[in-house]
Design a protein around this ligand. Structure first.
Ligand SMILES: NC(=O)c1ccc[n+]([C@@H]2O[C@H](COP(=O)([O-])OP(=O)(O)OC[C@H]3O[C@@H](n4cnc5c(N)ncnc54)[C@H](O)[C@@H]3O)[C@@H](O)[C@H]2O)c1
Length: 452
């Protein structure tokens, strides 16, 4: 779609040099284009528009573009109340029209970086975005990549594509990697107050990129190269994946030893030094932890290096839904019921408390496993009205009522949403497999509750 109206509305920058770019950044007269208006791009758009920059949100998804231009948010962490005034004032405009990139002083890439079916990095979205930029480049632009990716992407993938424009990096245009660290659902740390790592390709690139991010983000951490910035981000997510796997392994062992892993971790967390608390759970989910470490594993192979911690962590974390299935089977077995053809209600399909994102969720893995066992499975999630199973069949969130709980053979708490009334859940369910220790405060009828 080519939006002539929008093209005319957003002014063309007159500058074409580093100095000119720094000036429009300083005066907040710069136009910022964000490619990919998802969980990362949309909060960033608000953060930058709030301080006065003009933002053009570019997305291939025309439905999202229409919603944005109507001031409606589709992301949990962004309220329509915050978005709407910025859209009305014309500070945020959205479009599918890539020609608008010509008008941007700063272009930020926030497109997805999933894994392929064979669990290799799929950087096709980055390539597409880069090709769109190259076709619309002009001198005096800063291009930053925020998508999480393997070290080397900015230099080995983005730069060669952008250089096809004939422009010279560090002189005519500037590139940097600055990984997004958004933590969905975290009200304390937002895009604005989370330190931002910035790695420019040349000293000029670094200067311009740091100057831009410093305008809207409290603290900028400058690193020496885009590769370093890329490695910082994958390391952060690997750190979480490995520590979660460690505590999940502890849960598997505690189960065998008849120990309560939650009690163990809680007591260990009282140590005032040298301890960082991670909790076990039904597995890992979302766009980061199950994916990003494998970007590094893939890249490491180029150096004949095996990232053993990452592989092991992936193995343990991805086993957790199967372990929950085993717990459900044992819980039913104790009631004299087989798993096959039993009636199970899963509470929560989102990968994290109070979110509606069920991508890569361990709950989805568990749902698919139980479907395969011919279990009569239903789910409830106040944040996920519908979702698709592995075969693409749509399932709808079932109402959570005393009847839906009591008519199930087993209830599994997969996501500990704060909207749930755990007293009622325990009261009406025949038996509960609690993978989050969500019922910790319920002291009655503990015999019904089976912990991870
Ligand atoms: N979601 C998170 O919690 C999180 C946190 C930190 C970093 N990241 C990283 O940020 C990146 C984006 O993640 P996300 O969660 O925002 O993804 P998302 O799927 O929510 O949003 C991506 C958007 O990009 C659009 N898009 C895809 N290709 C495009 C193209 N060629 N041109 C224009 N638009 C295009 C999609 O339509 C979608 O709206 C990923 O690399 C991810 O790993 C995500």
């Amino acid at each position: 779609m080519f939006s002539n109206t929008l093209l005319n509305e957003v002014k063309l920058s007159a500058h074409s040099s580093k100095e000119g770019l720094l000036e429009v950044i300083k005066t907040t007269e710069a136009t910022i284009a964000i490619i990919g208006m998802g969980y990362v791009g949309l909060p960033l758009a608000l953060c930058v528009a709030k301080i006065g920059f003009q933002v053009i949100g570019i997305d291939v998804n025309s439905e999202r573009v229409s919603q944005l231009n109507a001031g409606q948010s589709y992301i949990n962490d962004v309220s329509s109340k915050d978005l709407e005034p910025l859209v009305s004032e014309g500070k945020i405009k959205a479009s599918t029209d890539l020609h608008l990139l010509q008008q941007a002083d700063v272009i930020i890439i926030c497109v997805p970086t999933p894994l392929t079916k064979n669990r290799d990095p799929d950087i096709s979205y980055i390539r597409q975005a880069a090709e769109s930029i190259a076709a619309n480049m002009r001198p005096g632009q800063l291009i930053t990549l925020e998508s999480t990716t393997y070290p080397g992407t900015t230099e080995e993938v983005l730069l060669p594509i952008l250089s096809q424009s004939g422009l010279q990096v560090g002189q005519d245009f500037f590139i940097a990697h600055s990984p997004e660290r958004v933590d969905p659902g975290n009200a304390r740390y937002t895009t604005h107050n989370t330190n931002k790592v910035v790695g420019g390709y040349t000293p000029n690139c670094q200067e311009v990129a740091a100057a831009f991010y410093r305008k809207s983000i409290l603290d900028i951490i400058s690193v020496s190269s885009p590769g370093c910035a890329e490695m910082v981000k994958v390391f952060e997510n690997t750190f979480r994946a490995v520590n979660i796997a460690l505590v999940n392994e502890l849960a598997l062992l505690c189960d065998k030893m008849g120990l309560n892993v939650w009690e163990v971790v809680e007591a260990a967390s009282t140590k005032p030094f040298g301890m960082l608390t991670f909790w076990p759970g039904p597995g890992v989910g979302g766009h980061c932890i199950p994916i990003d470490p494998f970007y590094l594993t893939w890249k490491a192979r180029e150096y004949n290096f095996h990232t053993r911690f990452i592989e092991l962590a992936g193995e343990i974390n991805s086993y957790m839904p199967q372990f929950v299935r085993e717990k459900v089977m044992r819980a039913l077995g104790k009631q004299g019921k087989p798993l096959y053809h039993s009636k199970v209600l899963m509470l929560g399909i989102a990968y994290k408390r109070d979110l509606g994102d069920w991508r890569q969720s361990p709950g989805l893995d568990l749902f698919n496993l139980l479907l395969n066992d011919e279990v009569e499975i239903h789910y409830n999630d106040p944040h996920v009205p519908e979702m698709q199973d592995v075969k693409g069949k749509t399932h709808f969130s079932t109402p959570l009522t005393p009847e839906s709980l009591s008519s199930s053979d087993c209830v599994i708490i997969v996501t500990d949403h704060s909207a749930y009334n755990y007293h009622e859940i325990v009261e009406y369910s025949p038996i509960i497999v609690d993978t989050r220790n969500a019922c910790a405060q319920i002291l009655d009828q503990r015999e019904k509750i089976i912990l991870l």
